[in-house]
Structures are given as C-alpha cells and as structure tokens.
Design a protein around this ligand. Structure first.
Ligand SMILES: [Zn+2]
Ligand SMILES: [Zn+2]
Length: 308
C-alpha cells in the first residue's frame, strides 16, 4: 500500500508543474527564460544571476549563478514543464559576462550535472579572459568525482565532463550557428578588467543582455532596435540611504533606475526586462515608478522562471 502511494505521488509530480511562473512569450522559435534574477544577496526567492535563450529547443545559457540547473529543470518536461530546450542534458553552450562569484558559483553544477544525467559531448563556454583558468581549477577540484564516475561501476561517458573554453578578447561576433549569432561588447563594471554584454540575434528576436555595468553609451548603441533589453538595476531610493563608500561603489559598477530610464529613452527597445535587481527594501512598483519618471516604454520586473 505504502509503495502504491509513493508511485501515485511520483506519477502526479510528473504531470503538473508546480512552480509559479509567468509566460510573456509571443514566439514559438525563440524563448528567453530567467533562470535566476538575483545578485550576491542570497534571497531565497531569487536564484543567482542566469538566463537561457532557447532557439528551436536548443538552449544557450548566459551566466552561471547558483541554482541555475535546478531552475532549468523546473521548466523541463522531465519535471512537468513545457520547455524541451531546458532538459538539463541538452545544455551544451554557455556564455559568461564576467567572473564575479554571483555569476559563476553555479559553474561546477553546469559542467557536471548535465554530464551525470547524460550529456555526452563537451560543454562549449564563451567568456572573459580567465575562464580557462577557472575551468581548469574546477575540473581539478572535482577530479576524484570525475574519476569515480568514469572508472567506478556507474555508467558514464568520457566526453560530457569536458569543457572547451573560448576566451573573448575583443568586441566581436563570438558565436554563430544556424539558430543565432552572438555578439559580445565591453561594459563598464568599475575597474573589473573584462566584463561583457551580449546581443543575441535569432531568426525572430534581438535580445540584448547588459551583464553587470554602470550606464554606458555602448548599451544604447546595441539596444537600438532590440526586441528585449535585459538590464541590471538598483533602486535609487535605496541608494540614497547608503553611505558614501557604498554609493561610490554602486555608481561605478551598476545602473540606477533613473540612469536605466535615461538610457532606455535613447535606445527604445520593445521591452525591458529587469534582472540582477538590487531593491534594498523598495517594492517592485517603486522601482518601476522610478524608471517611469524617465521612460514610458514597457518594463517588466523579472522574476525567476519568467519566460519572454
Ligand atoms: Zn553581479
Ligand atoms: Zn559583477
């Protein structure tokens, strides 16, 4: 009897997706998914910074904040979701804006978990200088695990744990296949030496991703004519309560609501999606209202598992 109940629970959990989710998408070809809308603060409601662009069911990950693999799984058919492109073993291409920990502590998970459940080709990673070194250290750290899976009694392939790194050295097209083109452009993240934003051009969408950046002409240039600008932001009201040291830090590294509004008014993308949001006690509506003082276009406060 007990076994039957367990079986029923398993069957039901495989039918209905229980995760709260909003779907704003209007394309069957291209979907943008927020896997994590968070920042370094460990909010239980926001996984670490990570996005997925899915074209014809092929996923392309941007940034590896903690939690990304579990969030991808949440929308995959295996766990009752609708996005075939987020079946975890299908994740084979990934792009990184910069090496900050809130964007990379999910990296071992991204390398190892899809392999453990069946990815049988190397992960291809496109990121800043230093990504090769970080990758080598991660693989070294997990050497015992990799060996045990390969040479123990567990069936495992000898390809899926491998990573091919492609370091981005200049503003350019960094990736192209039959689904899309990815351009990288430099952003301004304090004195961090190499931080990138990306523009994804798919058959029917242009999606620009800011990464972590202070306000920048380059973003305006790339976001002109974009369908979606995914941009980081902090609350101006919250900023005003910070001491001078933090204010100096944030104004050099990140973008306020008012600054984002000013940039948006020049770039005029069809939609702005906020992510990597530093609210500092402000409500979602207060942030949107601050942007609204500078920009009247459509802006959505991004949440984990939102689909655009
Ligand atoms: Zn960050
Ligand atoms: Zn950063």
């Amino acid at each position: 009897m007990k076994n039957k109940i367990c079986l029923l629970i398993l069957i039901f959990s495989g039918v209905a997706n229980v995760f709260a989710q909003r779907d704003f998408s209007d394309s069957e070809t291209t979907k943008l998914v927020i896997l994590g809308s968070g920042n370094p603060n460990p909010s239980p409601f926001q996984s670490g910074c990570s996005l997925a662009v899915i074209v014809h069911d092929t996923p392309y990950i941007v940034d590896f904040g903690p939690g990304l693999i579990r969030k991808a799984a949440a929308l995959s058919p295996t766990f009752g979701g609708k996005l075939k492109g987020l079946e975890v073993k299908n994740i084979k291409r990934a792009f990184l804006t910069h090496l900050h920990s809130d964007h990379t502590t999910g990296y071992p998970d991204l390398i190892l978990t899809p392999w453990v459940i069946g990815r049988n080709e190397p992960l291809e990673v496109y990121g800043p200088e230093g990504i090769q070194e970080m990758t080598s250290h991660i693989l070294k750290a997990y050497e015992e695990d990799i060996k045990y899976r390969l040479y123990g009694s567990e069936p495992a392939n000898d390809q899926g744990w491998r990573v091919n790194c492609h370091e981005i050295l200049k503003e350019s097209v960094v990736y192209k296949d039959s689904n899309l083109k990815v351009e990288a452009f430099p952003v301004h993240h304090g004195t961090w030496p190499n931080a990138w934003g990306f523009r994804f051009t798919t058959p029917d969408k242009i999606i620009v991703i800011s990464g972590d950046t202070a306000p920048l002409e380059k973003i305006i240039e790339y976001a002109k004519g974009a369908d979606i600008l995914v941009h980081e932001v902090y609350s101006k009201k919250g900023f005003d309560t910070k001491n001078e040291i933090w204010q100096n830090y944030h104004s050099e590294h990140h973008t306020s609501t008012l600054e984002l509004g000013e940039m948006a008014a020049k770039a005029n993308p069809r939609l702005i999606v906020l992510y990597h949001i530093l609210s500092w006690g402000s409500s979602d509506q207060e942030l949107l209202d601050e942007i609204d003082t500078k920009y009247k276009g459509k802006v959505i406060f991004g949440k984990d598992l939102d689909v655009f």
